[in-house]
Design a protein around this ligand. Structure first.
Ligand code: AMP
Length: 420
């Protein structure tokens, strides 16, 4: 596999897929440029080696072309500020102007293409179907899009560059034109950017040969969105700490009373299957015996503590309570590899955030004692940042969905397309 450090970029135009899906305020100003900053080392490397850069990204979920609310033109000043060079904007991804601007690029220059998702071809999802379209009609439209326009789209994008660099870990779980299909046009000139390289290494450190005991802390709101990853982790971990809203589906599936807590009755069989699977594999499942319960989903709510499986009607479990905090902390401190995805309570409301804070503090302490800790997923990363602990963990992943799918399937389309 080619590495960005060994590739000769001199005089070459590098097509760099980045994840500039950044939040904007209502004036179109970037409110958090973390994702732009994350791509800077890769872009600077190409420029420093005498290459030029064509940046491709998506932003949001536009449903038409053009859609000014999602235009990447709005982020040009933020990209220029971070890179310290002028950034030309193509105004499109496909038109003659984009092709001409790409062709005219000189070493050291940067061109940003318009939002890839202005085109249905990027995701391969047809648009404009009638609301009552049948499954057959939907499938036929998808097939027609993939076999015709999408192929043309990929070919045209590929024609702009001499090499392809994928630095968009956040979308590496998508089989899209710019993250997957395009790679085949560059059999000898495709590589990961620095961010992708780091992400892949960090996940491998945890999933391939982790120091033991290896514990995963899985929180968040629902069992349904984490089933696959929990099952995969049962094969890899020594223990799984389960927190957050999904606690109550597990409690109710075993006959507990969960009041108004978030609960997915259709997931009861899956919850019981997970409990059984963990037992068979000898994987310890750690759950909080108690819950902080609230009579409202707000900072002004009345709160008290109850057993996690005996919550009165009119009250809902919003965080772990004292016994859970103690149990989670002691467990985490005994581990050598720690993966954390999903808060163990409604951390956005300060009153319900103390459990997630305790988890973040315990991970920081375990890391200080020599454990390797990987934090991934928007909300757990937000937690670590909220409590000022970002520099006290081993690695913070930029991918939420991508990280979970990597763990679940052991690979990602965007990673495989570069490697194979
Ligand atoms: P996820 O995207 O599945 O990782 O879920 C993250 C969300 O789960 C956050 O917005 C939390 O507020 C929410 N969450 C955590 N614990 C609970 C709970 N006990 N009840 C409802 N939502 C929760």
């Amino acid at each position: 596999m080619i590495s960005i450090d060994n590739y000769d970029f001199k005089g070459k135009r590098a097509l760099v897929r980045v994840d500039f899906n950044v939040p904007l305020d209502d004036k179109g100003q970037v409110t958090d440029d973390t994702r732009i900053r994350a791509a800077v080392p890769t872009i600077k490397k190409v420029l420093a080696e005498g290459g030029s850069v064509i940046l491709m990204s998506h932003m949001g979920r536009p449903k038409k072309n053009p859609d000014p609310k999602y235009s990447l033109e709005q982020i040009v000043p933020a990209v220029e500020k971070n890179l310290g060079v002028k950034v030309a904007f193509a105004g499109d991804c496909m038109g003659d102007k984009a092709a001409e601007m790409a062709k005219a690029l000189k070493p050291g220059e940067v061109l940003l293409l318009e939002n890839l998702r202005f085109y249905a071809e990027e995701e391969g999802k047809p648009r404009g179907l009638a609301d009552d379209a049948t499954k057959e009609e939907k499938d036929a439209a998808k097939k027609a899009l993939k076999e015709g326009p999408q192929k043309e789209f990929v070919k045209k994008l590929a024609s702009y560059g001499d090499c392809y660099v994928n630095d968009a870990f956040g979308t590496a779980h998508r089989k899209h034109a710019s993250t997957y299909l395009i790679a085949k046009y560059f059999p000898n000139d495709k590589m990961f950017g620095y961010l992708m390289e780091r992400e892949v290494k960090a996940i491998a450190a945890v999933m391939e040969n982790p120091a033991r005991p290896f514990c995963a802390i899985i929180g968040g709101s629902k069992v349904s969105s984490k089933i696959g990853v929990i099952k995969a982790l049962i094969e890899k971990c020594d223990s799984i700490v389960i927190g957050g809203g999904m606690t109550y589906t597990f409690a109710a599936a075993q006959g507990g009373k969960v009041g108004n807590s978030i609960c997915e009755p259709d997931m009861f069989p899956v919850a019981l299957e997970i409990l059984e699977l963990a037992k068979q594999k000898g994987v310890k499942l750690v759950m909080s015996p108690d819950a902080l319960i609230a009579d409202d989903f707000s900072q002004n709510a009345n709160t008290k503590t109850a057993p996690a499986n005996n919550i009165p009607d009119g009250w809902e479990g919003v965080d772990i309570a004292d016994q859970g905090k103690k149990a989670f902390r002691e467990h985490i401190l005994g581990c050598k590899t720690i993966l954390w995805n999903g808060p163990v309570g409604v951390f956005e409301i300060d009153k319900f955030a103390t459990g997630s804070k305790e988890v973040a503090l315990a991970i920081a302490e375990a890391t200080k004692n020599g454990a390797y800790s990987l934090i991934g997923g928007g909300d757990s990363v937000a937690c670590v940042n909220k409590f000022g602990l970002a520099d006290q963990v081993s690695y913070i992943s930029t991918g939420g969905g991508a990280l979970l799918e990597y763990i679940e399937f052991g690979d990602l389309p965007g990673v495989a397309a570069i490697r194979d």
